[in-house]
Design a protein around this ligand. Structure first.
Ligand SMILES: Nc1ccn([C@@H]2O[C@@H]3COP(=O)(O)O[C@H]3[C@H]2O)c(=O)n1
Ligand SMILES: [Zn+2]
Ligand SMILES: [Zn+2]
Length: 243
C-alpha cells in the first residue's frame, strides 16, 4: 500500500518562516492530518486543501503547535459543513485536551465534552490501530516533556514519525535496521535540545541509519545548516514524499 506524506509545515514551535510541524498522510483516497497546530488552518488554506478533504486528524501530544488549530477546525466543520472532525487521539490525552485546552472556549450548555465536537476515537498506546484499510498506525509513547504523555507513530510498518521526541538512538536505530522504516524526526538545530533531539545528537547515529532519517520541526535558520546534516536530509515543507 502506497503512503504519501506532505508536510503542511516543517517549523519548530516558534518558527515564523515555516508553518507548524503538521502533515497530511494519504493512502488511496483517505487523508489523515498528523497534528493540527496553531498554523494548520492557514497552511491548509495556502495549499488549497478544503476542510472537507480531511478524513481524520491524529494527535501526538498537546503542545500548541500540535493541537492549537483544533478549535477552528471543529467550529468551521460544525458551522460550515455540519459535521464533526474525526479525531484519533491516544487515550491518555483525551481528557486533558478537553478539560485543559478546549473546554474554556468551546463548552456551551449543549456541548459539554470532546465528543460534542469531534467523532473521537481513543487509541490505546503500544498497539497497532487500523485507521483505514490503507493506514495502520502503531502508537509508541516516547520521551518529550517530563511527566507528560507524547507519542510517536509508525505507519504501515514503514514510516516512523517522531512528532516531538528527545534523542532516543536505540529506538531510531531499531526502526531503521530491524524494521526497515524511513524516519521523519524532529530536529532542534541549536543545542541544548532538552525536549527535542538536537542536530548534534542525531549526527551521532551510524551513517547507515542516518541515510534513512529526514529532519523536520526545524528553526527559521535551517538554510545555514545546509551541508551540515551528515547523511540526513531536511524534509521540505509542502513537498510530497511517497513510500
Ligand atoms: N520544558 C520545556 C517545554 C517547552 N519548551 C519549548 O516550548 C516548545 C513547545 O512546543 P515544542 O515543539 O515541544 O517545543 C518546545 C520548546 O521549544 C522547552 O524548551 N522546554
Ligand atoms: Zn512541536
Ligand atoms: Zn512538543
Amino acid at each position: 500500500m502506497h503512503l504519501k506524506i506532505q508536510m503542511l509545515g516543517t517549523g519548530s514551535a516558534f518558527a515564523k518562516n515555516y508553518f507548524n510541524n503538521n502533515a497530511l498522510l494519504t493512502a488511496e483516497s483517505f487523508t489523515l492530518m498528523l497534528d493540527c497546530g496553531i498554523t494548520a488552518p492557514a497552511a491548509l488554506h495556502k495549499l488549497g486543501v478544503p476542510l472537507a478533504a480531511l478524513d481524520g486528524i491524529l494527535i501526538s501530544h498537546l503542545h500548541g503547535d500540535h493541537v492549537g488549530g483544533l478549535e477552528e477546525i471543529a467550529f468551521r466543520m460544525k458551522f460550515e459543513l455540519q459535521r464533526k472532525p474525526v479525531l484519533y487521539i491516544p487515550e491518555p490525552l483525551a481528557e486533558t485536551l478537553w478539560n485543559h485546552t478546549l473546554k474554556g472556549t468551546m463548552q456551551t450548555e449543549e456541548a459539554q465534552s470532546l465528543d460534542a465536537y469531534f467523532d473521537v476515537h481513543r487509541l490505546e498506546e503500544g498497539s497497532v490501530h487500523s485507521i483505514h484499510p490503507g493506514i495502520q498506525v502503531e502508537l509508541i509513547r516516547t520521551e518529550h516533556i517530563k511527566g507528560r504523555n507524547s507519542y510517536s507513530f509508525v505507519f504501515n510498518d514503514k514510516l516512523f514519525y517522531s512528532a516531538d521526541m528527545r534523542f532516543t538512538p536505540q529506538l531510531v536505530t531499531d526502526m531503521v535496521r530491524n524494521r526497515g522504516c524511513v524516519v521523519f524526526h524532529d530536529c532542534q538545530l541549536h543545542p541544548p535540545g532538552a525536549v527535542h533531539a538536537t542536530l548534534d545528537e542525531l549526527l551521532t547515529l551510524p551513517e547507515d541509519v542516518q541515510r534513512s532519517v529526514y529532519l523536520m520541526h526545524y528553526g527559521d535558520d535551517r538554510d545555514d545548516f545546509a551541508g551540515r546534516t551528515g547523511a540526513m536530509t531536511f524534509v521540505e515543507q509542502h513537498k510530497e514524499y511517497e513510500f
